[in-house]
Design a protein around this ligand. Sequence first.
Ligand code: SN0
Length: 320
Amino acid sequence: MRQFTSVKDVADISALVTEALVLKRNPFAYKDLGRNKTLGLIFLNPSLRTRLSSQKAAANLGMEAIVMNIDKEGWALETQDGVIMNGTTVEHIREAAGVMGQYFDILAIRSFPGLKDRDEDYSEDILNKFIKFSGIPLISLESGTRHPLQSLADLITITENKPEGRRPKVVLTWAPHVKALPQAVPNSFAEWMCAAEVDFVITHPEGYELDTQFTNGATITYNQEEALADADFIYVKNWSSFQDYGKVLSTDQSWLLTQERLGVTNNAKVMHCLPVRRGMELSHDILDGPNSLVIQEAGNRVWAAQAVLKRMLETNFSPA
Ligand code: SN0
């Protein structure tokens, strides 16, 4: 594995989930695999789980992690080619990424979409430039269109909690929010669920259709109650419009998932990638009740990151 930026980088997702669950039971079995190897964790946006779980995963593999919040601590980055840099940007991504390639063995990068120019965000220009100019293996920590480590942790969590002997029904539901948020988490969740052994339904208000490249194979409905019927897992997430790009078209609180609404489900487990706006995006009663998986799900971020780092160390570097 040279890159981990989407589900397409993984030949067998259930094998990767199995590997993560083996690591969860025995975190230090490969404690020498990453000896003398350095992971660069570069953030252009805030992070709690992604940063901490990646650092812990690297430590479990004996790897050193160096974190840089480049948006706050670095030089203002220029990403466009051919511009005369006589304005506010100080350093070009060509040099910044090239230098990181000298310091690190694996580069991991978070770069949220700007939510203004759809073509620019969906071209994954920044992620692709870090891949190209660093010249080293790269892991996405959430990019313009995807958050694959989150989706892997989500699939691990579903695997741990699924009913015996049948395919679980998994529902992705849109939820209201005060801000315009990326489509990266729902895009990524959808493409992983479409590739997994689950029955997958997406529900959202009109105008919130995701890019079909991520949702091919899913059942899509505007009727949340119909979607929730007999659900085993409900994945709650807000996103801004893809069609009317980056816009908040609705803050309709009737989409807020509450404990009462779980009545039509198969006592569904509720998931969210966090951070969550309590009372706005997901009810207090669900978050504080027995159906919530959000803390376990966040815990599984470690094993997702560790499984991916292990694969990358094994395939890109000969044993120390
Ligand atoms: C990000 C998102 O993509 O939705 C990161 C999720 C892992 N979430 C936010 O930016 C939340 C911001 C807010 O104000 O609630």
